[in-house]
Design a binder for this molecule. Structure first.
Ligand code: GAF
Length: 380
């Protein structure tokens, strides 16, 4: 379908087709720009790109989300902040490749299709970046590993698009593997693939997309990031990752500003929760992670203050209806929550959430089960 749409848009056949997934973050929220731990897994929802090389310095971008418009750009004219809208993400990737010395990339025609919902906190931007980077790497035979592609995509997003995000989403999209969650140390990108086969244990992980949209570049995300940097500076450490959980009380006593103190508490306790979730999953106790998910949500709601009434409603309703645990996932301020639930209780929990949204006169959320899927790959 993506190849057909390419042919319809450009009137010739692409050289290949690639796919990169969105992600759910199981635990470890807002820790990635504090050099901490995260644990995302890839969704079966993907952004696909059909691509052909060009050698004239031109980039043409077409998307089935906006089929009436083909974006034309000259690679040599690309500069941070210079491209608006969705095209800034793929343009940023090409800019980042050039900035890193990969100037063999002389142009491309690309058509995109996506099943990753935009603004749902499921990393549609990272999927768009990573699919572009992977396709260009393969076609231009660039000597880049998936981890390096993730770093380049993060640079595209931070510098070219201007969104101060961490490295989690791009790494998840580029490096996750089917049936696993990725335990990632964002300080040095060391990692372990943790088996995460809930179906085998009679469990489901539901994604609840509240339909409330958020944007990273709108200020709140950056404010949290600066607050964390203030906390690290007040404590004399490179990053909040360096504050040990055992020394948390002493560290909190040193931070004067109440709101910064709360940010510090979230990051230190969240890193600890990631380590505990990893230990439980490695011990085969998937049910045991439920309370840690819900605890993580309370910390994001009360200390980090990135939740919103709709996300809290999902978590509270799911817990009351018997879920093992629930939390918001991703940057927050809207987007999606995840719910860990016994298979036999899925329907009851889904109905309870739908009814709660109905009672609150909120738009019905979209609810679907998430299966840990493959990271970015060439599909043809
Ligand atoms: C967004 C960002 F893009 C990630 O880097 C991460 O900080 C996340 O919010 C919060 O954990 O998805």
């Amino acid at each position: 379908m993506t190849v057909d749409a390419f042919q319809a848009a450009y009137e010739f056949t692409p050289e290949g087709e690639w796919a990169a997934p969105g992600r759910v973050n199981l635990i470890g929220e807002h820790t990635d720009y504090n050099d901490g731990f995260v644990m995302p897994f890839a969704l079966p929802l993907t952004t696909r790109a059909a691509v052909a090389r060009r050698d004239d310095g031109v980039l043409r971008l077409h998307s089935s989300a906006d089929p009436s418009d083909t974006v034309w750009l000259r690679i040599d004219d690309l500069e941070p902040g210079g491209v608006d809208g969705w095209a800034s993400y793929p343009a940023g990737v090409i800019w980042a490749l050039h900035a890193a010395g990969h100037d063999a990339v002389r142009g491309a025609d690309i058509h995109y299709d996506s099943t990753v919902p935009v603004g749902a906190g499921l990393s549609s931007s990272a999927a768009l970046e990573v699919v572009t980077a992977l396709a260009l790497r393969d076609l231009y035979e660039l000597p880049l590993q998936p981890w390096q592609l993730a770093r380049l995509c993060q640079r595209a997003e931070n510098v070219f698009v201007g969104a101060p995000t961490g490295i989690m989403d791009q790494t998840a999209s580029a490096c996750c593997t089917e049936g696993h969650a990725l335990f990632l140390d964002t300080r040095d990108l060391s990692h372990r693939q943790i088996p995460f086969d809930l179906a085998a244990r009679g469990l489901s992980l539901l994604v609840v997309d509240t339909g409330v949209k958020h944007a990273h570049s709108d200020g709140e995300y950056g404010r949290r990031r600066r607050g964390c940097e203030e906390g690290a500076a007040a404590l004399g450490v490179d990053a909040l990752r360096d504050v040990p959980y055992e020394g948390l009380d002493a560290a909190l006593a040193e931070v004067k500003d109440e709101s910064v103190r709360r940010l510090v508490r979230h990051i230190v306790t969240e890193n600890r929760r990631v380590e505990r979730v990893v230990a439980l999953l490695e011990a085969g106790d998937a049910r045991g992670i439920g309370p840690l998910l819900t605890e993580g949500h309370a910390s994001l709601r009360d200390d980090f203050r990135v939740s919103c009434p709709e996300l809290d409603l999902v978590v509270d309703t799911a817990s009351d209806a018997g879920a093992l645990g629930a939390r918001m996932t991703g940057g927050g301020f809207g987007g999606s929550a995840i719910v860990l639930v016994e298979d036999g209780l899925c329907e009851k929990v889904e109905e309870a959430i739908a009814a709660a949204f109905d009672d609150a006169k909120l738009r019905s959320p979209r609810i679907f089960p998430a299966t840990p899927s493959t990271g970015a790959t060439r599909v043809r």
